[in-house]
Ligand binder design. Structure first.
Ligand code: NAP
Ligand code: COA
Length: 259
């Protein structure tokens, strides 16, 4: 268990923070003392998440925006620094994905996922840079990717390419912005139970059991497993860690199981 003051005084901006893995990160961040801004498209989900976090005693606010729009992203970051006085942690968690054979993937389908995942992450990093640079803790950028971006992902080429791009961007920024005290890391979750990602990619396609067998530990992960990694990377506990890709996948990427 982390000490309850692990993130005391920090301000985090979490895209896609109202659902799934993003909401679990927001929950742990507020529990450990951070203020959070959740940013995504759906106002109802944002309001519900802020209400839940606030009722539990957390400092949380929402900003409705689409990560594909750089002006909306910039406005959301400005809202964060105005509301909470700083920005210390950026969590690029928002993503879009759907299973589709590449031969039938439309150009707009490809563009949509690249736009949300890769371009959206760039817009957020770019917009957050000035605030992260003056963070009194040293800024931390954490992007949620997947090792499928490294190995390739049959029937999800768009998401795999986008996540690989985020990995490359993160390594570049770790070096470019290291002198500004900003650490830049990625987390690669394996299949996390009870999430939209696993529902779409494995449950709906009838591949959940095969995917479970592919995990060395033999089970899906939990959202808390990823939130724990995000706490580590957002806190002083990882002060000398940058340019890393923290794999939290139960050994999924190392194990081969034929379909
Ligand atoms: P999720 O609940 O569907 O989360 C995706 C979030 O992104 C939603 O809150 C959604 O909110 C937001 N979003 C989507 N498009 C957006 C846009 N254009 N602008 C702003 N926000 C947008 O799915 P999840 O499974 O928790 O996935 C979270 C992250 O973990 C993703 O980066 C995913 O690739 C990664 N990941 C998940 C798994 C897994 O097993 N679940 C494994 C590896 C990696 P709105 O609808 O309100 O916009
Ligand atoms: N199979 C094939 N193509 C698909 C598809 C599917 N299941 N779902 C969407 N597309 C295509 C659409 O047909 C469209 O292309 P077209 O104009 O050539 O027809 C393109 O993708 C954009 O679809 P649209 O529904 O207009 O996009 P959107 O911006 O409203 O939504 C998505 C973005 C498609 C990624 C949507 O699924 C979403 O909002 N996802 C967020 C949640 C999520 O994906 N969570 C899992 C994270 S791992």
């Amino acid at each position: 268990m982390y000490a309850l003051n692990t993130l005391a005084g920090r301000v985090a901006f979490i895209t896609g923070g109202a659902t799934g893995i993003g909401l679990e990160i927001a929950t742990q961040y507020t529990r450990l003392g951070a203020a959070v801004v959740l940013a995504s498209r759906n106002q109802e989900k944002l309001d519900a998440a802020v209400e839940t976090l606030s009722k539990a005693g957390g400092k949380a606010a929402a900003y409705r925006m689409d990560v594909r729009d750089p002006d909306e992203v910039a406005a959301a970051i400005a809202f964060t620094t105005e509301r909470f006085g700083a920005l210390d942690i950026l969590v690029n968690n928002a993503a879009g994905n759907f299973p589709c054979a590449t031969a039938t993937l439309s150009p707009n389908g490809w563009r949509t996922v690249i736009d949300i995942d890769l371009n959206g992450t760039f817009y957020c990093c770019r917009a957050a840079y000035e605030a992260l640079k003056v963070s009194r803790f040293g800024g931390s950028i954490i992007s949620i990717i997947t090792m499928n971006g490294v190995t390739g992902w049959p029937n999800a080429a768009h998401a795999a390419a986008a996540k690989a791009g985020i990995l490359s961007l993160s390594r570049t920024l770790a070096v470019e912005w290291g002198g500004d005290g900003i650490r830049v890391n990625t987390i690669s979750p394996g299949p996390i139970g009870d999430t939209e990602g696993v529902q779409r990619m494995y449950q709906d396609t009838g591949k959940a059991e095969l995917e479970r067998k592919r995990v060395a530990l033999g089970r899906f992960g939990q959202r808390a497993d990823i939130a724990n990694a995000a706490v580590f990377l957002g806190s002083d506990l990882s002060n000398y860690v940058t340019g890393d890709n923290l794999i939290v996948d139960g050994g999924r990427w190392l194990k081969y199981v034929a379909a």
